[in-house]
Design a protein around this ligand. Sequence first.
Ligand SMILES: [Zn+2]
Length: 274
Amino acid sequence: MQVATDLLNRLELRSRATGESLDDLVNHLLRLGLATQQDKRALYVSAPVNALIEGIYQEDTRISDILEHGDFGLGTFNDLDGEMVVLEGQVHQLRADGQAYPVAADAKTPYACVNFFTPDSDEVIEQSLDFTELTHLLERMIPSDNMIYAVRIDGDFERIKTRSVPRQDSYRPLVEVAREQPEFEYRDIRGTMTGYWTPSFMEALTVPGYHLHFLSEDRQRGGHLLGCQTRQIRIAIQHLPRLEVGLPVSLDYLTATFTRDLSADLEEAEQDRA
Ligand SMILES: [Zn+2]
């Protein structure tokens, strides 16, 4: 009550000082508050995915910078040293042996997508789904293909298939690296998928459609998701109305040309070839 009275007194003082009516002042403040909340509902992409596809595997974006933009997401690490899962504010590095390693705050990434995860919907799916069925279900769950959605799937899986990109010492386009990527199959595993739906027209910036990474419940194993058979899962989805893209300032990025059509490379590098 004291707070409310104080607030009213301060609003009246402000109203007298500015000549704005109390109604207008409250409306204005509410709008400001909503705008601040909206700012948190953005997908942050640290660099265009095209740069990664063209083999630019080193940027100066620190993990600590990534965490300022979100507590949830995915990505990779400098020199393409494994797959990244960001879950509940913790960053996990799934190296080419499929195992998780701790990540230093000053580690760097050439590509990461994050947001602050607060789901709009949450649904339990009891029926067993393979990866194609899961993506079809997810496509039915989103209201429009032209928006961005963060997706978190927790559950019990009969089978999970992942890959982890191996660390690179020299330049090679991602599609060549992906041809030799170590793949892993896990049976009877619990864990979490983190990732996004992004529209096809954003394909220079993000991996279009669904892009999901997996981390086991014991936080020990995982990678870029290639396949699955679910048992029981919980799907949480958050609509993201804004996109923020970082443009690197490294020499490699500034002097690269991005005129080549990368859609075939992108598809081969990110999807299961089996
Ligand atoms: Zn990935």
